[in-house]
Design a protein. Structure first.
Length: 401
């Protein structure tokens, strides 16, 4: 029996499986920088490093590579289920370090961890905590991690924490309750979708691991069509290419052409992401449900913090609401910001910032407005928070603080 399309295309394994296998990690310039940032933070024993990015950007695969690269002199705990209370987080860490306990007493758990950390330091070992889906951690759980990383002076520099999560992680780290933790995050980076050339290299990398190449299986036009439908989001590339290879195998085609990609995309219900125009879109799955609805990024809001750090917030799913409560696309937890303060909306051909009846007003380049079109470099202020709008075409490949 033929192994699906593998024999048909002379492949040794499925190159586009959804499993986050670090062997298939494609190190684009930004992914290389993220890996280097994490490894540098661990080498220098920084307390925290944070990597954010939309769903499907390869964050878990990157974290798996970090785990694979850790030397034997490191004791590591991996936290992947993050909807945890502080005591549940402590129990998870104890289990990961091989210290199982059924006692729910917080003081007992902390004492066990302190004993473990002290023993690791005496043995010349480092402790690393890798947290995936970190945006789901509560403020109290994150504060518990901060306290663990600085348990006492004798253990200083022993524990390093890597936080990887969706864009909400940035807003979470910026909450007033986590000011002390934020000051200890030495490196922050936001992963962007791949470019068209990087998409081609990504497909080629995965096919090379499986024993072939993009040139041998995909026509250049077919790869271009993959990019049009996925806008460079790795998970979407995997989904589409897997379906395309299966379809080509059933039709006994030895080369994937553009029309095959179009046909499969239509069967999946996916739409073209038009890349012409002043603001090229980028797409990723929403994570809200299991449909094929995808996000379009219309631009970015750049926030500069008092500590001279900065991060980038993607503008997606218009209207993009901004306010104090958690049901907004961008939550800004400040007393002078209303529950539903403002929104970024498409009005005609313009992307506009619109005040939503806020108590303290919305300001564009220092002037109070009700509604006004946004231009690259505009300064938008809500209460005492100022953001800078940047069109996607001008946004950097990575953003860090």
């Amino acid at each position: 029996m033929r192994r699906m399309y593998l024999d048909h295309f002379n492949l040794s394994c499925r190159p586009f499986e959804e499993i986050p296998d670090h062997r298939f990690l494609y190190l684009s310039p930004q992914h290389s920088r993220a890996l280097a940032n994490i490894e540098y933070a661990l080498t220098t024993r920084d307390s925290f490093v944070a990597i954010a990015g939309e769903i499907g950007m390869g964050k878990t695969t990157l974290l798996n590579q970090v785990f694979a690269d850790l030397p034997n002199s490191v004791s590591v705990a991996r936290v992947t289920h993050t909807t945890l209370t502080p005591i549940e987080l402590l129990h998870t860490l104890l289990n990961e370090f091989g210290l199982q306990t059924y006692k729910k007493n917080k003081v007992f758990c902390l004492d066990k961890l302190r004993e473990f950390f002290a023993a690791e330091k005496a043995a010349g070992r480092q402790v690393v905590i890798l947290v995936d889906e970190a945006q789901n951690l509560s403020v109290k759980a994150l504060e518990e991690l901060r306290l663990l990383s600085s348990m006492d002076l004798e253990l200083a520099g022993l524990v390093s924490v890597v936080l990887v999560g969706q864009p909400q992680l940035n807003a979470l780290l910026d909450s007033p309750q986590l000011e002390q933790l934020r000051q200890r995050v030495r490196l922050r980076q936001h992963l962007m979708p791949l470019s068209q050339d990087e998409t081609r290299a990504y497909i080629d990398k995965r096919l090379e691991i499986a024993g072939s190449s993009a040139e041998a299986i995909f026509s250049p036009d077919a790869v271009d069509r993959v990019y049009v439908y996925t806008a460079g989001v790795p998970r979407l590339i995997n989904t589409l290419c897997e379906a395309v290879l299966t379809s080509s195998w059933t039709e006994d085609e030895t080369k994937v052409e553009a029309d095959r990609v179009d046909e499969v995309a239509a069967e999946l219900g996916w739409r073209e992401r038009h890349l012409d125009g002043p603001v090229p879109p980028a797409a990723a799955t929403t994570g809200v449900d299991d449909t094929d609805e995808r996000r379009m990024v219309y631009g970015w809001l750049r926030r500069t913090l008092q500590e001279a750090n900065e991060y980038w917030v993607p503008i997606y799913n218009l209207p993009f609401t901004i306010g104090r409560t958690s049901d907004n696309r961008l939550r800004l937890s400040h007393a002078h910001i209303s529950r539903k303060h403002a929104a970024i909306e498409q009005i005609g051909e313009d992307l506009c910032i619109c005040d939503k009846g806020s108590r303290n007003g919305t300001f564009l380049n220092g002037e109070k407005i009700q509604s006004a079109p946004l231009k690259d470099g505009d300064r938008v202020a809500f209460g005492n928070v100022e953001l800078i709008f940047q069109a996607l075409i001008s946004a950097p490949a990575t953003s860090a603080s």
